[in-house]
Write a protein that binds this ligand. Structure first.
Ligand SMILES: [Zn+2]
Ligand SMILES: [Zn+2]
Length: 318
């Protein structure tokens, strides 16, 4: 079973996205790239180079529902005459054009984001949404942990690896322990756990960093020899990367705890202290990262958390 990596351009800061073609029955595309002319033209050329066309795609599998990964899913599905689209059930909040902003807004308010910033973030959301068509429930089948995707000459097994988003999935070929990991494992950067509602109780927020650490350990237990990520080069030494991630997360946690002043601070205030002078997108990513780390420190008993005026204030322990 051949796995063909295809790099597609994106309009996002992160740069090109990797999608993966399995050019055998049923012809399958893992992730699709964003809904831009550049991405779809590049994809068509890559399919052609493999003797295929969009119409030949029978199955579209999504590692997660961020626009750079899922943006073309709807259009490709339609062009390929109802190819099957598969995504994890916990990804529903993201699927309909990223998160429903109202839910995210509640989480941002609780994180202490001020009203003018909320408006900036809302506009940013609206801007990013144009790079993906929504997928309705009727368009999608559900990926479930440990399910098997069968091909003519092999099998990929689904590994639910929540963290970056709640429904992030990876796919392993056990024969040679090759793992397709979406944004769970990236060579150059520690993936940012994005602020998300909890898929089970949408009024709460998803404990992204704790879930992510469990996912990293689970991937480690699979001992992959090759990890194909959603951006950048493949990873040949996951063990080394795993240790680097853990160190980076530990260092960041220590740094963030340090930044909580004696009188306490919201996640927004901590993120502003950590990342002063960042642009709009990075202010959102910054507050996501701060929330993830503060929640994790709180659950480890290293910080106290109180509600004050509708927002959550973290305090150093006495
Ligand atoms: Zn992503
Ligand atoms: Zn990505």
């Amino acid at each position: 079973m051949k796995i063909v990596p295809i790099s597609l351009p994106t309009p996002f800061y992160i740069g090109p996205v990797n999608v993966y073609l399995i050019p055998e029955d049923p012809v399958t595309l893992i992730d699709t790239g964003p809904k831009t002319k550049e991405a779809v033209d590049t994809l068509r050329a890559a399919l052609r180079a493999n003797g295929l066309a969009v119409a030949d795609i029978r199955r579209i599998v999504l590692t997660h529902a961020h626009e750079d990964h899922c943006g073309l899913a709807r259009a490709l599905r339609d062009e390929a005459k109802d190819a099957e689209v598969l995504v994890h059930g916990w990804e529903t909040g993201h699927r309909a054009g990223r998160l429903e902003y109202d839910e995210t807004r509640q989480l941002l308010v609780r994180a202490g984001v001020p009203p003018d910033e909320l408006e900036v973030m809302r506009r940013m959301y609206a801007g990013v949404r144009q790079y993906a068509d929504s997928l309705d429930d009727g368009h999608c089948g559900e990926l479930t942990d440990e399910a098997e995707l069968e091909f003519e000459s092999g099998v990929l097994q689904v590994v639910h690896t929540p963290g970056h988003t709640p429904g992030s999935c990876s796919f392993i070929r056990h024969a040679d322990r090759t793992l397709i990991a979406g944004d769970c494992v990236l060579k150059r950067i520690t993936p940012n756990p994005i602020l998300s509602p909890d898929p089970v109780d949408r009024s709460r927020r998803f404990r992204s960093l704790e879930e992510y650490l469990v996912s990293l350990a689970r991937v480690r237990a699979l001992a992959p020899t090759l990890v194909l990520g959603g951006h950048g080069d493949a990873v040949h030494d996951y063990e080394e990367l795993f240790n680097r991630y853990l160190r980076a997360i530990r260092d960041r946690q220590a740094q963030i705890i340090q930044m909580v002043p004696a009188k306490g601070a919201t996640a927004w205030e901590v993120s502003r202290a950590m990342f002063p002078g960042t642009d709009n997108v990075h202010r959102f990513l910054g507050v996501s990262e701060a929330v993830a780390h503060l929640d994790y420190a709180h659950s480890e008993g290293k910080l106290a958390l109180e509600i004050s005026d509708g927002s959550e204030v973290y305090r150093k322990l006495a």
